[in-house]
Design a protein. Structure first.
Length: 338
């Protein structure tokens, strides 16, 4: 599945190029529990068509009623400069809009965003570029520029700045059932997936559409993939001849997640092998994850894929996992830095 932000912005661009009035909504601040994170976007057309989400449904319904003519609703989309609105300020409003207890969020509403700037932004995102969109709160003027690094949304009294793209990417090493389930879950989670396997007998049974296939040796595939901070590399072959060099190549990159399937015994053997034969150290292998996956008692390929995808998403979202907490506590007890 394609990156949701790109889908929202592309639909909004198409509506505006067709002359349809439309609204772009961005979550700019939250207090307490929030159903969608800061930076989430949603587009609403004058006829009630919606793509994206800012709350999971409850606030979307209110925006549709207020600013569209869907189902005979009396709403009308205003014109003018961007507007800030808050939802869930009181307990009654939180209950009315289905927000979690104590949750409040603030949205920026942009009426009829400029089609030309949207076209520029979407074209750049489709080419895999990281882009920054700045909006003047005084007059709604938009500036689109290329960004040097991913960044969180910022908003001041004068300007909103939101960074978009490129997609998160996943490189899987080794075709097979587990790779099929994991790549499917990754695609639905917004990752662009590449599968590498030089073994013809494994590739011929591959059946997941929308995955880029590579026949290179895995370490060459990692080099060509150029992992960045929005990339993860997962080795699934159980074959040291295929996995080890690829993992070492990935560890030299900025990939946010590098890991390999296998038991604790196999993971320890892999570390010892890398230290003995490839001049690695415990420090240089500190980012290597294995065994991969959150423990859920998984036995079958789909269950294992769920556990691995959950761990990847947790790392992507900055969530400290139980195993990492145990390591941190052990280091603290030993007087070592975290």
């Amino acid at each position: 599945m394609e990156n949701l932000d790109v889908m929202v912005l592309r639909s909004l661009r198409d509506w505006r190029l067709a002359g349809r009035r439309a609204l772009l909504t961005t979550v700019v601040r939250t207090w307490g529990s929030s159903p969608r994170p800061i930076g989430s976007i949603m587009a609403l057309a004058e006829d009630g068509a919606v793509i994206g989400s800012v709350s999971g449904g409850c606030i979307e319904d209110d925006l549709i009623a207020r600013y569209s003519r869907a189902h005979g609703a009396p709403g009308e989309m205003p014109s003018g400069t961007p507007a800030l609105v808050k939802y869930g300020i009181t307990a009654d409003e939180a209950h009315r809009f289905g927000l979690p207890c104590g949750g409040t969020l603030e949205l920026l509403l942009e009426y009829d965003p400029d089609a030309a700037s949207l076209e520029t932004l979407v074209a750049a995102l489709e080419k895999g570029r990281l882009m920054q969109r700045s909006v003047s709160l005084a007059d709604g003027a938009v500036r689109v520029t290329e960004a040097s690094a991913p960044a969180e949304l910022t908003i001041s009294d004068a300007e909103l700045v939101n960074t978009f793209g490129p997609e998160y990417r996943m490189l899987l090493i080794g075709a097979g059932q587990l790779a099929e389930y994991l790549s499917t879950m990754a695609k639905f989670s917004g990752f662009a997936v590449t599968l590498c396997d030089p073994r013809t007998e494994y590739r011929t049974a591959w059946s997941v559409p929308g995955v880029t296939l590579s026949t290179e040796m895995p370490d060459d595939a990692v080099s060509a993939f150029k992992p960045d901070r929005r990339s993860c590399v997962v080795a699934l072959t159980h074959d040291p001849k295929l996995d080890d060099l690829a993992l070492l190549e990935a560890l030299q990159s900025e990939a946010f997640y590098v890991g390999a399937i296998g038991s604790r015994r196999n993971a320890q053997a892999r570390r010892e092998r890398m230290i003995e034969h490839f001049e690695q150290t415990e420090a240089s292998l500190s980012r290597l994850r294995g065994p991969i996956g959150i423990y859920i008692g998984s036995k079958t390929p789909p269950e294992i894929a769920v556990s691995v995808m959950a761990e990847i998403l947790a790392v992507k979202n900055g969530v400290r996992l139980p195993r990492e907490t145990e390591v941190a506590h052990a280091k603290e007890a030993a007087g070592a830095p975290k």
